[in-house]
Design a protein around this ligand. Structure first.
Ligand code: SF4
Ligand code: SF4
Length: 325
């Protein structure tokens, strides 16, 4: 089954700098995308662009997030943040439970948590963002702890204004902190672990979250959770700790098929999407991760609206009725 090449995602393509070697190499491989991408990259717009202070709140949050990327793999530790680190304890001398890991995630603000041994289809084939651009993901750590943080309803309902974008950035930062807490903890115990955060992830996060039982992919292409619907941001840590052997209660698994049934009748996000990026009908395409049919969002149409608005839109998330909270 095909895996996603992260270099083909719209976010990776929009980060390409015209004239750079990376730019030339990419469009030599995908020449059919160059004109479309140039139009998107240089499109004017910004209907909902806010004042200097509001913009700085968003851009500073993303800059901070960007600067934490080296810590995702513990490179910060290796670079000497803790040079006097003691050897890890003997693995026979402690019992690590799923509840302990869930508690760490919840202590730092998670609202949902699960774990799963992931299929390779949940990983990008080749990295397209962050420090490992162009690197094949060939032998990743397969055991994953996956979690979600909630985005505040009152902020999400401000979409497509900048308040919603700020809430997205805030969600990414909280997810990053949880991933750092879990991955540093596992490394302290002598396991390998890496955190997957926005822009520095080997994982297709919604696929990993679905595999860990946090929810299912809805018509808008995002994970829908039973309680918060799509009003969540996701994060994950992969490790060589054998998660399937974790004893202890953690979180109930969402009922399979419920989202597809709901979305089939609903369709609100598709009708309200200003870019007509979300399919309205029952046309389903085969999912790269599961091979099962699911709806496919048009990323170019969506991104054109982001450029037009000068925010990340978010109307689909704000109008979705799925979820009990
Ligand atoms: S708005 Fe409706 S169709 Fe769209 S994802 Fe939410 S529940 Fe599904
Ligand atoms: S973010 Fe906006 S443009 Fe993109 S799919 Fe959602 S509603 Fe459509």
């Amino acid at each position: 089954m095909d895996r996603y090449d992260e270099r083909d995602t719209i976010f990776s393509r929009m980060e390409l700098v015209p004239g750079s070697e990376r730019y030339k190499t990419y469009y030599a491989r995908r020449p059919e995308l160059e004109e479309t991408d140039a139009g998107l990259r240089f499109a004017a717009g910004g209907t909902y662009r806010a004042g200097v202070i509001e913009q700085a709140r968003v851009s500073s949050a993303f800059r901070f997030l960007h600067d934490t990327r080296p810590l995702a793999t513990g490179r910060g530790q290796a670079a000497g943040l803790k040079p006097d680190r003691k050897p890890p304890p003997d693995k026979e001398s402690f019992i690590l439970t799923g509840s302990m890991l869930r508690d760490i995630a919840f202590d730092y603000g998670a609202v949902s948590f699960g774990y799963s041994a992931l299929k390779m289809e949940c990983f990008y084939n080749v990295r397209g963002r962050g420090y490992e651009y162009g690197k094949p993901v060939s032998e990743p750590l397969r055991n994953a702890l996956v979690y979600a943080v909630e985005m505040k309803r009152e902020k999400v309902e401000k979409a497509p204004r900048v308040d919603e974008t700020y809430e997205v950035a805030r969600g990414y930062i909280r997810a990053m902190v949880i991933g750092m807490a879990l991955s540093y903890f596992l490394r302290e115990l002598g396991y390998r672990a890496r955190s997957h955060l926005e822009g520095e992830s080997e994982l297709v996060l919604p696929a990993a979250a679905r595999s860990a039982g946090l929810g299912e992919i809805g018509r808008m292409g995002l994970l829908l959770t039973d309680i918060y619907g799509p009003r969540v941001r996701l994060g994950a840590v992969t490790t060589d700790y054998p998660v399937d052997a974790l004893p202890g209660e953690y979180m109930p698994v969402q009922e399979a098929g419920k989202v597809k049934q709901f979305c089939s009748k609903c369709g609100i996000c598709a009708r309200r999407c200003p870019g007509k990026a979300i399919p309205e009908g029952e046309d389903l395409a085969e999912s790269a991760e599961t091979g099962k049919p699911q709806w496919t969002v048009n990323p170019e149409s969506c991104y054109s609206i982001w450029k037009k608005y000068g925010t990340d839109c978010g109307i689909c998330v704000s109008v979705c009725p799925y979820g009990s909270a």
